[in-house]
Ligand binder design. Structure first.
Ligand code: TXA
Ligand code: MG
Length: 355
């Protein structure tokens, strides 16, 4: 299959005529049952018509993803929620008012209009209204309901730049909208509103605290988010897969800065002596103190947003550079840090050294 690339370089709110036409054409592709990858404020999505079972099947095939892993339905207008569910709970209205459009996905009871192919056989549906203007335009041109998982091959880190969408999806889908880098860099927060109290199934930029403030009520968090030994299956089916995995063996090292730096330097020296290519995921504050084959600064310890934004790209770059062993500093698990550590722990298969 030939994959068309639609490049957006203008300010996202003011597209050129050519860019606008490209998005309109991409919307037609989705309406006609095709697949288009597109940027959102979190990560790139791989979009198809959410109401067309054949489109959802194609999405699973293009990603190489197990079909029991449900898709998120992206909408552009609040009133479009009514077709997806027969029951909009009061919590959904409050959370939509506070965080939509934005990086929050809500799980609701699904209506009969939503095919089981889209929900992986579940009676619930995940819905998100993204804020990225390019994503919003594409959703409108596509008829309003776009099912979109992250636009990576199953098992790879989610793409935050078009280069990695092209690497994974070229020849597998109809078009890719290249719209630069996502603002947030990690996937949306998922909150299940079909249970009481509501439960966070995947942490993201919108934290439990923010949800509780908006609801003025408690919100729980799935216990499997930061642990692998809870003996329980995660409630979001996709969270059980070892996603986000780099090719090199990744270990997270926790302790004081001095402990972490000297441990990593010692291990890196030994690994390199044994012929390994060693990468370090460092914060900018400490990057110059490591000795390894490749040292990457992921962001600043004082700015979690910068770490989130670059984490997946750093993991992908280590793959490109053929690194065999990776050591990473650990991060705080408060607030947005919980999402960063959740993704990093999954990438590491929960291998952590605590000094
Ligand atoms: O930020 C995002 O959410 C990105 C962008 C493209 O919007 N999308 C994304 O989709 O991360 P995906 O498919 O990579 O992850 C969706 C997650 C999976 O873990 C899936 O199991 C969970 O959402 N999910 C979807 N529907 C669900 C449902 N009905 N019940 C529980 N979990 C659900
Ligand atoms: Mg994904």
């Amino acid at each position: 299959m030939e994959t068309k690339i639609i490049v957006i370089r203008s300010d996202r709110e003011e597209l050129s005529l050519e860019e606008e036409a490209g998005l309109r054409e991409a919307g037609e592709v989705i309406k006609n049952g095709g697949l288009v990858a597109f940027p959102t404020e979190t990560v790139y999505g791989l979009g198809g018509d959410a109401l067309n079972p054949e489109s959802s099947k194609k999405i699973y095939a293009a990603k190489g993803r197990p079909s029991d892993n449900p898709l998120i339905v992206h909408i552009g207008r609040l009133e479009d929620l009514d077709l997806l569910t027969d029951h909009v709970p009061e919590e959904a209205e409050k959370l939509a008012a506070a965080f939509w459009p934005g990086p929050l996905t809500m799980i609701l009871e699904k209506s009969r209009k939503v095919p089981y192919e889209t929900t992986g056989g579940l009676d619930t549906v995940a819905v998100r209204m993204p804020s990225d203007p390019v994503a919003r335009k594409l959703i409108a041109y596509s008829g309003g309901y776009v099912a979109a998982p992250s636009a990576n091959l199953s098992g790879k880190p989610s793409p935050t730049v078009a280069r990695y969408v092209i690497e994974d999806m070229m020849g597998r889908i109809d078009a890719i909208v290249d719209g630069g880098e996502g603002e947030i860099g990690l996937e949306s927060t998922i909150v299940d509103l079909t249970v009481a109290p509501p439960q966070i199934l995947r942490p993201g930029y919108i934290t439990g605290r923010m949800l509780e403030d908006a609801l003025q009520a408690p919100v729980e968090t799935d216990v499997t988010i930061l642990k692998d030994d809870s003996g329980q299956a995660p409630k979001a089916p996709g969270m059980k897969y070892r996603h986000y995995a780099p090719k090199g063996d990744l270990v997270i090292v926790e302790g004081t800065s001095e402990q972490v730096i000297s441990y990593i330097n010692e291990r890196a020296a030994a690994d390199m002596a044994a012929g390994g290519k060693v990468g370090v995921i460092a914060t900018g504050e400490q990057a110059s103190r490591y000795r390894a084959s490749v040292i990457k600064s992921v962001g600043s310890r004082r700015d979690e947003n910068s770490i989130a934004k670059h984490l997946y790209t750093v993991l992908r770059e280590f793959d490109d550079e053929g690194v065999t062993q990776i050591y990473s500093e650990g991060f705080d698990t408060d607030g947005f840090g919980q999402a960063i550590m959740n993704r990093l722990l999954k990438a590491a298969g929960h291998k952590v050294v605590r000094l």
